[in-house]
Design a protein around this ligand. Structure first.
Ligand code: 8OZ
Length: 367
């Protein structure tokens, strides 16, 4: 299609699976670290997300499926009734503004610290290999801890935690869920041979390493229709602990994506490049080849601006585009992009932690 048609198309209604979007601009999941110690969101987040409801779809910030899944203080959860009640305020507020919102289900795996874990235990991972890097606890930044390898018989419990979170997302009034299988967190740690040295049915071959992601997807489809379930992958990202790439990115993620096709999911949401960083790909990795393997809708993410979104839509390489950081200081991002209004840049200090400041105090354009 022409660039003109692609531009119009980005601002026109679209359907991803069973999700009816008013436009193809998606708000990417953004960790803002303003939940309570108990992982509760409430009026503050209801205001924040409702302000951004003109996005075609909001993917809410990554949300812990269990206490064991936590890797950062003040991130929200979705395993208790109180947490569900908090999210219900958010979804009601977004729906009142005509928006759509899905919950991104998250387990960080090894990227955590004992202080964030139940009874001060070690974080869990496919294998006992420590990540590099720091995480944020109630005592400030600390190096992530040495994880312990999950026993094979613990894995059904993790899948059950995803199912409970999926049920809770439904009770909380979300329009769907996104399985976070990206950014070197638990599911991605299982996928990559750099972080998975297991010898059971969850390690070794590509089939085995991609098994947990598939089991989680299949399990949550007992709760949600496939048309309301998306998945996020980041084949080329090394975020969360400078995690090494898989030794054969194309083969591993290619296999996973072909297997995912049997579920007819609403969408595949891919971080193109290094999360929050470069879009350049290491030699031998071509994400468009992987994208072409997927039979459903595709959301492109990472470092997009409107011109890139138009260009990629014109080439039919994306069905929708996810913007992250631009949504922080531009609650009406869709209107600004449509009208060619310059965007406001949010300073880094506003990203994580604090209260209303830097979260809900960004003005919309005057009508
Ligand atoms: C930034 C800070 C903490 C977590 C991800 C959920 O990268 C995150 C995250 C991003 O997926």
């Amino acid at each position: 299609m022409t660039d003109n048609k692609a531009r119009t198309d980005l601002f026109s209604p679209a359907r991803l699976g069973a999700l009816d979007l008013s436009n193809r601009i998606v708000m990417a999941p953004l960790t803002r670290s303003r939940a309570t110690d108990d992982g509760l969101v409430g009026d503050l987040q209801a205001t924040y997300y409702a302000q951004r409801a003109s996005a075609g779809l909001i993917i809410a910030e990554a949300t812990n499926i269990s206490m064991q899944g936590r890797g950062y203080a003040l991130t929200p959860g979705i395993w208790t009734d109180e947490q569900v009640a908090g999210w219900k305020k958010v979804t009601d507020a977004v729906h009142a503004e005509g928006g759509k919102i899905v919950s991104q289900l998250w387990h960080v795996g090894r990227y955590s610290h004992n202080d964030l874990q139940p009874n001060g235990q070690a974080p869990v991972a496919p294998s006992a290999i420590k990540a590099e890097g720091d995480t944020y606890t109630n005592d400030g930044m600390v190096p992530v801890a040495m994880p312990r390898a999950l026993e094979t018989d613990e894995i059904p419990g993790i899948v059950a935690d995803y199912v409970r979170a999926a049920e809770n997302a439904k009770r909380a009034g979300f329009d769907g869920i996104e399985v976070h299988s990206a950014n070197c967190y638990l599911l991605d740690q299982f996928i990559r041979d750099s972080t998975n040295k297991r010898t059971d049915r969850y390690g070794g071959s590509i089939e085995n390493r991609t098994r947990l992601t598939q089991e989680v997807v299949e399990a949550v489809l007992g709760v949600w229709d496939a048309g309301s379930v998306g998945i996020r992958l980041s084949p080329a990202s090394t975020s969360a602990g400078n995690t090494p790439l898989d030794s054969d990115v194309m083969a591993t993620y290619g296999h996973l994506i072909r297997q995912l096709n049997r579920f007819n999911l609403a969408y595949l949401h891919t971080v193109e490049g290094v999360t929050g960083g470069a879009r350049q790909m290491p030699e031998g990795i071509d994400l468009d080849v992987l994208r072409a393997e997927f039979k459903g809708a595709y959301i492109g993410n990472n470092g997009y601006d409107l011109d890139l979104a138009i260009a990629r839509r014109a080439e039919s390489k994306i069905n929708a585009v996810a913007f992250g950081r631009p949504f922080i200081a531009n609650p009406d991002l869709v209107e600004r992009l449509r009208n060619g209004v310059p965007l406001t840049d949010a300073p880094r200090e506003t990203y994580y932690g604090g209260g209303e400041a830097g979260l809900t105090d960004w003005p919309k354009l005057a009508a």
